[in-house]
Each structure stands twice: as C-alpha cells, then as structure tokens.
Design a protein around this ligand. Structure first.
Ligand SMILES: NC(=O)c1ccc[n+]([C@@H]2O[C@H](COP(=O)([O-])OP(=O)(O)OC[C@H]3O[C@@H](n4cnc5c(N)ncnc54)[C@H](O)[C@@H]3O)[C@@H](O)[C@H]2O)c1
Ligand SMILES: [Zn+2]
Length: 536
C-alpha cells in the first residue's frame, strides 16, 4: 500500500480542502505543492509564471513534489498541471492518485467565490472558458489516475469518505459506485454511467451517492412503466426518497411538446422544487422527452436516466441531447442537458421485443466500426444469437465509447460527428418510409451498408472490410436493404437533414474497421451507386 496520496484535478476541484480533511482523518501530514513552490522560490506562482515562464514552473513543481514525498504518509494536493509533465508523472506514479473530476462550470463558480490576491496565471480571461480548454488538454492525463470521483454534487466530507474507501481498496464499500462503465465529463457536468445486471434495485442508493436529495419524480411510458416502475419506486423509497410516478403513452408519435406539457402539469401540480429530481425510466422516447422536461421546468431540475431499451442504453441516454419531435421533423425542438447519473441494467432487456433489440444492436456495433475494432472482434466472436450480443460487458464497452466521444465534443462540432455513421442515408430512409416504417436502428443499419459502399466505391475501404460489417449486421438480425422506399424522397430528406451545412452533405466513412472520418466532397456517382444497392 503506497503511503502517499496525490489529489489531481482542475483548480476549483477542492484538492486542498479535501486533502487537509483526508490528512486529518488518516493522521498523515498534508502538503500543497503550489504552496511549497512559493515558499522555496520566495515568490508567488503568478510571479514565477510571468518572470520565468511555465516550463521553469513545471521544473520547480517536479522538484517540489519529489520533496513533499520524501517523508512517508503524506497527502499532496498537486497543482492542476502536475500530471501533464514527465517530472510530475514520475512522482505521481509512486503513490495513489485520485482525480477529483469537477465540471468547469462548477469549478468556475467555486473559484469566483474565493477570490485570490493575484489572478491565477492559467485562468486569465473567462475562467470557465479557460477551465474548459484546460480540461480538454489534460483529460487524458487526469484519467490516468488510479481512481476518479465526480465531485460536482458532493461535499468535501463525502469526497474524503470516498477516497478513504478507494484507498483501502474496498470497491464493495458503501461509497464506491460498483459497475461504473464510464464517466462523462463535459464543460457543464460530470457524471457516472453505471452498467450492471440488477442495478435497478439500487436506483435509490445510487441517486443518494451522486448527491441527489429531495423528492423523486419517476417518468415512464405505458410500455416500460408497468414492467419496472414498482422496483424503481421501492428502491427510491428504501433509500429514503419520497417518490411518485407518471406514465406517458408509449410511442414516437407521443414525443411531442403536447406530451411535455402533461409532464409539466404533473410536476407543477405536485409543487416540484429545484432540489427535486426526475428519473426517466424508459426507452429513448422517455429519456429524450423527460430530459427536456427536466431541463426546462423551473429552468432546470436534476435528472437521472434509466434506459430500458438497448438503443437507450448505448445511445439515447448518454450525451445530453434531449428534446421532442415537431410536425416538420424529428428532434427539432430540444436542449443540451446532462443527467446526474445514467443507470443501465441489462436485465431489463429480457422483455424487449427482438426487433427493438436488433435495432439497438445497430448503434452498439456502430461504435465498434467507427472507433473500436476490438469491440467488433468481441461481437464477431459471439455472433449467432443476437440476444447474446447485448451482454453487460458489450453494452458497457459500447456505452463507454459514446461517453468518451461526447465528453470530448458535447455540442457536435468535431468528434461527435462520427456518431452519425450510417445516419445520413439512415435518416433519409426513416423519413421517406414514414417514421413507422423502419425502426431507427434498422434504418441506420441500412445506412451503414450504404456508407460502406460509398467508402468502397471511393477507394477508402477494402471490400473485405465491408463484407465483415455486413456479416455482423446480418448476425444482429438487421436488414441490409430498404424495400418500397421512394428514392427521391430519401434524397430530399438527406438534403434537409439538420446536419447539412452550406448545402453540402457530410459523410462519415470508414477508413478501416475501428476508424472513421468525415468527408464532405463525396462524388455523386458513389452516392448514386450506394443508393441503388440499398434501395431494393
Ligand atoms: N438523445 C439521443 O442522443 C438519442 C440517440 C438515439 C435515439 N434517440 C431517440 O430515441 C428514440 C427511440 O428510442 P427507443 O428505440 O428506445 O424507442 P422507445 O422509447 O419508443 O421504446 C420502444 C418501445 O419499447 C417499449 N419498451 C421500453 N423498454 C422496454 C422493455 N424493457 N421491455 C419491453 N418493452 C419496452 C416502449 O414502451 C416502446 O413502446 C427516438 O425518439 C430517437 O430520436 C435519441
Ligand atoms: Zn442513431
């Protein structure tokens, strides 16, 4: 057991406050590396930065960390950049490091509440903006820590409790969330995604652990509610929450503002307060619509997603896109809003109709094709029975890919675009067939087939890779071609998609399995040929 604990994270994550508490609780000493540097140099950190520059500061930081750890049993609050350079990393590797993952929004609020004499050198200008940029550049370094804790909703005491449990290695302990498949950290939020069989029974407990209090409002639909709401309510009540529920009618045709209105009516009649929270228990319709209702009622209350369809688990519940359909098109009204927790219990899929399971698999395997060849191999190794592909392990792996992508690019200005693989023609087919003709996942599978053909046609992708993709999609019970769909309608729907910019359609194309990129100058000829192939 190492006898040094290092706390890493952005300014405003609470490293010093938590570090002191932790040292007290352990009976260890506490060191703050920035303070050590200032003492040794006899100058303030802003002064060191302005006279000697960042590189010199990093060197001092390496030495200060090494000095702090000469004695044993010490908790060290490191400077935010410590894990980003070799000297810092070398020292950190000798101890137990914990990333206090704070969202830039919360960190900026905290820093504003504790003004310093001199401006912090790396936070000049708009601190939140700067913190976002710093998080982007340091995310991978922070993620190398031995453990991480999302601290946004927690008190320093709670954070301290968790570190103690983690350090003692008890991941069956009360304060460590078991089954965390991924953490989403965007500029405004940081939250865990739990993927674990049987997790629904722990809903109340997990809500408590992410710092939720107040009353729980559970939103379901007439498909998910009768199956799962009793377990959810029992679990919430057992954890001490008051809990009530409401079901909206199942079906995409009810994903409308009119239904949102009924949710507002329910919440407001019950005198919802901003400390209360909404639990969205259902498929993508419930999580999209419920997330939007939560994001807007009282200008926003916290919410938790409990996806009950495979599409919801690996896709809709992760990433913070919420909203409803409009008569003019799907998903045209909405907001970005992140949940406080996503709880995925694969056991709930047992009752999902096979067609919906297969549709969800389209998105699950899509994550492999665009970013994770190993996931594709794992799926191929089990191909046979589609139901055998929706395991805890594979759902967790696929979800983690989506979580990583949206953490890097919440608003879809870069990496998130890759998630649209198969969606260009897929959306066209969905729209042309009328939204009841093909399930979203089925249309996406056909769209992946088309995109694969485009990539082959343009010489990007070898035919053998396309064959592998198609075998796996077939093994998932997914269609390769759309029947009876009007080609002109597909083309016109593709052109009016919200992802079209300046009239040019962006294509996400595979360069090989596990690697995709965006292309904006795809020749019409290749698109025509792909459409011919998939519109039977
Ligand atoms: N926000 C996002 O990033 C995102 C991503 C992808 C899709 N979506 C949205 O998700 C929606 C589609 O989601 P979906 O496919 O989950 O559809 P859905 O929510 O309509 O659920 C499908 C059907 O299955 C029922 N159901 C749910 N769970 C069940 C279970 N465990 N057992 C039996 N029946 C169950 C539902 O009541 C419904 O009738 C679309 O509106 C789409 O726009 C959003
Ligand atoms: Zn999709």
């Amino acid at each position: 057991m190492p006898d040094h604990i290092f706390l890493v994270g952005l300014s405003g994550s609470g490293k010093s406050t938590v570090g002191r508490l932790l040292a007290d609780r352990l009976g260890w000493s506490f060191a703050d590396s920035d303070t050590l540097i200032e003492k040794t140099a006899g100058r303030s950190i802003p002064a060191i930065f302005s006279t000697e520059g960042e590189a010199a500061f990093r060197e001092m930081e390496g030495r200060a960390l090494a000095r702090a750890t000469r004695s044993s049993r010490v908790v060290v609050a490191t400077g935010g950049g410590a894990p980003t350079h070799d000297a810092g990393r070398e020292v950190l590797a000798e101890g137990f490091t914990v990333w206090l993952a704070v969202s830039p929004a919360v960190a900026a609020e905290r820093l504003a509440a504790q003004p310093t004499d001199e401006p912090r050198p790396l936070l000049a200008g708009d601190p939140r903006q700067r913190l976002e940029t710093l998080l982007e550049s340091r995310r991978d370094d922070y993620a190398r820590a031995d453990a991480s804790i999302e601290v946004d909703g927690l008190t320093p005491e709670q954070v301290c409790d968790r570190i103690l449990r983690l350090w003692e290695g008890g991941d069956s302990s009360d304060d460590v969330i078991p089954g965390v498949a991924a953490t989403v950290t965007t500029p405004g939020a940081s939250y865990p995604i739990v993927v674990r069989e049987g997790a629904l029974a722990d809903l109340g407990d997990l809500c408590g652990r992410v710092g939720l209090s107040g009353r729980a409002f559970v939103l379901t639909d007439t498909g998910s509610g009768p199956r799962f709401v009793a377990t959810a309510l029992d679990s919430l009540r057992a954890a001490g929450f008051q809990a009530t529920d409401m079901a909206i009618p199942a079906g995409e045709e009810h994903k409308t503002l009119a239904t949102v209105q009924t949710v507002y009516d329910w919440l407001l009649r019950e005198r919802v307060e901003r400390s209360d929270f909404l639990v969205c228990l259902g498929g993508g319709v419930v999580t999209d619509l419920g997330g939007f209702a939560a994001a807007t009622v009282l200008r926003g209350i916290p919410f938790v997603h409990v996806p009950t369809t495979l599409l919801g688990m690996v896709d809709a519940a992760v990433g913070g896109k919420t909203g409803v359909d409009h008569a003019i098109g799907k998903n045209l009204v909405g907001a970005f809003a992140q949940p406080r927790l996503v709880l995925t219990d694969p056991v709930l899929l047992a009752t999902l109709p096979p067609r919906h399971l297969h549709g969800g698999l389209a998105e699950l395997v899509k994550h492999g094709f665009i970013l994770d060849e190993e996931l594709v191999q794992l799926l191929e190794a089990r191909a046979g029975d589609p139901a055998a592909l929706a395991t805890e392990e594979l759902i967790a792996r696929s979800t983690a890919i989506k979580a990583r992508v949206v953490s890097e690019d919440e608003r879809e200005s870069g990496a998130r675009t890759l998630l649209n693989y198969g969606h260009t023609i897929g959306h066209g087919i969905e729209a042309a067939a009328g939204f009841s003709g093909y399930l979203h996942g089925e249309a996406v599978a056909i769209g992946m087939h088309a995109a694969g053909r485009v990539a082959c046609e343009t010489g990007l992708l070898p035919a053998a890779a396309l064959d592998r993709q198609q075998s796996l999609l077939r093994a998932c019970g997914l269609p390769e071609r759309a029947e009876g769909v009007d080609r002109d309608a597909v083309v016109s729907a593709m052109r009016s998609d919200k992802k079209v910019r300046d009239g040019a359609i962006s294509w996400v194309l595979l360069e090989r399995i596990g690697q995709a990129a965006v292309y904006r100058d795809v020749p019409d000829k290749a698109v025509e040929a792909a459409l011919d192939a998939v519109l039977a």
